[in-house]
Design a protein around this ligand. Structure first.
Ligand code: BDP
Length: 679
């Protein structure tokens, strides 16, 4: 169905000129080589081309009588002139080349998977109805690791999943029908994802057995599906595995028996999966076991695993989401925002070459607005990757519309100044600043077994955009939106313009009706959907807004606050520290101010709160109107799906608007300047 096919719709090309051009070149394909990823490329062409061009499409092995030839650059060597060879020579393993004139189209690359990426690039161009007779394209991914983390549990539930149950597991069994896993791999490879971890970072009792004979045969099968699409498989592991599995009574990383246990274990895994990616580890975080139990630190813990993986080129992806989650809210001496940096920065230089630290984009937890984590780039001698959340845990849970690419773009564009001007997050995670061996991007996936994969059909754009952006961070939010809409919904201009507008405004709209000015949280505890202003105020999680009758915000300055601002390089340190310089949208993340404090926008904080909340609600009404205008241009199924979600979003926006406005009116006693209803 259309819902299911996401952006690989391969709709028939109706424009007759375009169709003629495509038909001429794509009469048959000659595939040179027989690698599995090349086969996947061929298979994709066999699905796409006949559908799009409404004709038969053959496979041949005669390059001299084929207009369309694919194969890696070694296999194709004699068909590539010097200039083509040269274009690929200084590029990485995943680089592809598309070259064509009216009579011939060649897709090649530095490896078979590169050819698969090249084929997907061609299919993308075709779905956009581009001219394919004058191609001269060489592309390589900017980021080395382009990973997704599934937070799927073996029982079939998904931690922070908003689109049904797992496509990997059902009731503590592996999904028998692997069709969806294969299709997922297709979608991911079409946007260049090259790594995936398939189980929740919180590894429970039964999942601990994933690294044993009990389950490795089944995991092997999943690994081979992903391998076909150039995606390496990783597993989240339980740091206390030797104990949980009953083999040892300690998991102390400096204990020789523990070290040997992991070495044996790792060897066993590689017998099943020779190209196994490695381990993703959440340790000493939110009740997960880790090295702290034995008075060891994160370097000790990760290095022990790294040594076991080293002989097989495996990696340890060690998460930095470490903070005190058992805080006393009365105690102001600890600041959760500081935690990752305070824990990890002093360990710089101590990690093995195959350890990569995975750092969330912000210092708290995927809020609608946060400053960029000061830890990213701050450890010049350590591999790092950034972690985003495609799943909309705090941004509307795929009920509310929230196109996240603009948020990620802002993060990537942030200039840390760690090595002077131009040290952007984008360049750091691409590995261009510190030149460590590994770097890249990871993100929590947003898919489940809902027919449309992502709950809200429009949330497919976030998965698509995540892949495209990690491949090429220079793409703009607009470009990515346009590409996605065209491929997903076709070429109708009104559909394109309307959805593009909806997507591009969605993040701001969501921010408008939820927690104001960077303060975050104010969500229903546990669930994280819908408002509960004081829900996390007197809790152990370190997530406070400190609203009282006089003002609101968290003082993180060096003089009177937690000193978090000092984790940044200049000029950020001074900017964030200074009430006059801090950007409005982050004001309450860094400062506690009176309600009548005047923002740079000229409004007071309290009036800003009122105004944005009325506006946010009205903007959602606007989204509904926009969407309804497309009722004749979009198939029923997808139209109704989004319509229904938007209606729920409106309810949610109303709850937020009224609770936030009422709360702050009661706290401050300051009326709305415009005299609108406050309950
Ligand atoms: C938080 C989620 C929690 C995750 C945790 C993590 O609420 O479910 O386990 O992050 O990233 O956002 O480990």
């Amino acid at each position: 169905s259309k819902k299911y096919n996401m952006w690989l719709q391969y709709q028939p090309v109706t424009d007759s000129k375009v169709k003629e051009q495509y038909q001429l070149l794509l009469d048959q394909v000659c595939v040179i080589g027989d690698g599995i990823q090349l086969q996947a490329a061929k298979e994709e062409l066999l699905v796409a081309v006949p559908q799009m061009l409404d004709k038969k499409f053959n496979v041949s092995n005669d390059p001299y009588n084929s207009r369309f030839v694919i194969g890696n650059k070694i296999k194709l060597a004699q068909h590539l002139d010097e200039s083509k060879q040269a274009k690929l020579a200084d590029k990485n393993e995943e680089a592809f080349l598309l070259s064509s004139d009216e009579k011939q189209l060649i897709i090649t690359g530095n490896s078979d998977v590169a050819v698969l990426y090249g084929v997907h690039h061609l299919l993308r161009l075709m779905q956009l109805h581009a001219d394919i007779t004058q191609l001269d394209i060489v592309e390589q991914p900017k980021n080395q690791f382009r990973m997704l983390n599934q937070w799927d549990n073996f029982d079939g539930s998904i931690e922070r999943g908003y689109s049904g149950r797992s496509i990997f597991y059902q009731n503590n069994q592996f999904a028998e029908d692997k069709t969806r896993i294969k299709d997922y791999a297709r979608f991911l490879s079409s946007v260049g994802i090259n790594a995936i971890s398939i189980n929740n970072v919180n590894v429970w009792e039964e999942e601990t057995y994933f690294i044993t004979k009990k389950y490795l045969p089944e995991i092997q099968e999943i690994a081979s599906i992903f391998r076909t699409y150039g995606i390496k498989l990783y597993l989240s592991i339980n740091f206390a595995s030797p104990v949980t599995l009953g083999d040892l009574d300690t998991a102390d990383p400096l204990d020789q028996n523990v070290q040997n246990w992991w070495k044996e274990k790792t060897k066993e895994i590689y017998e099943y999966i020779p190209d196994f990616g490695g381990f993703v580890v959440k340790a000493d975080s939110e009740n997960r076991p880790g090295p702290f139990t034995y008075n060891r630190d994160h370097a000790d813990g990760s290095n022990m695993l790294a040594e076991a993986l080293e002989p097989f080129q495996g990696k340890v992806i060690w998460r930095c989401f470490v903070y005190n989650h058992l805080q006393d809210w009365r105690d102001r001496s600890t600041d959760r925002a500081r935690a990752a940096y305070d824990h990890f920065k002093p360990l710089d230089g101590r990690f093995h070459e195959n350890v990569i630290l995975q750092v969330k984009n912000g210092p708290m937890d995927f809020q609608v607005r946060e400053p960029v984590s000061p830890l990213i780039g701050a450890m010049p001698n350590t591999n790092q990757m950034i972690e985003f959340q495609v799943a909309q845990e705090y941004t509307g849970q795929q009920i509310d519309l929230c196109y996240l690419i603009p948020q990620w773009k802002e993060v990537l564009a942030f200039d840390t100044h760690i090595k002077g001007e131009g040290t952007t997050i984008e360049e750091i995670v691409a590995g261009n600043i510190h030149h460590n061996k590994y770097s890249g991007v990871a993100a929590v996936s947003n898919i489940g077994d809902d027919e449309n994969w992502t709950g809200n059909t429009l949330a497919q754009a976030n998965l698509y955009g995540y892949g495209r952006l990690t491949w090429n961070p220079a793409l703009t939010s607009e470009e990515i939106a346009k590409e996605w809409i065209r491929q997903t919904f076709g070429t109708n201009q009104e559909v394109l313009d309307t959805i593009e507008d909806m997507l591009l405004n969605a993040w701001e709209i969501y921010e408008n009706y939820t927690a104001p000015l960077g303060v975050g949280w104010m969500v229903t505890p546990g669930v994280h959907y819908g408002p509960n202003i004081d829900g996390y105020e007197y809790s152990k999680w370190g997530t406070y807004h400190f609203a009282d009758r006089d003002g609101i915000g968290v003082d993180r300055t060096k003089e009177t606050g937690t000193g978090y601002t000092e984790q940044y390089q200049e000029p950020h340190q001074s900017i964030y520290n200074d009430l006059d310089k801090v950007p409005d949208e982050l004001l309450l993340f860094f400062h506690h101010v009176p309600y009548k404090y005047t923002l740079k926008s000229g409004k007071t904080v309290i009036q800003h709160i009122y105004d944005t909340h009325y506006k946010g609600y009205e903007q959602v009404e606007g989204l509904i109107e926009q969407w309804n205008g497309l009722s004749n241009d979009i198939d029923r199924e997808r139209f109704e799906n989004v319509k229904n979600r938007l209606e729920r979003q409106l309810e949610n926006a109303k709850e937020w608007r009224d609770q936030i406005n009422t709360y702050f009116y009661r706290k401050s006693g300051i009326p709305d300047q415009h005299g609108r209803t406050i309950y």
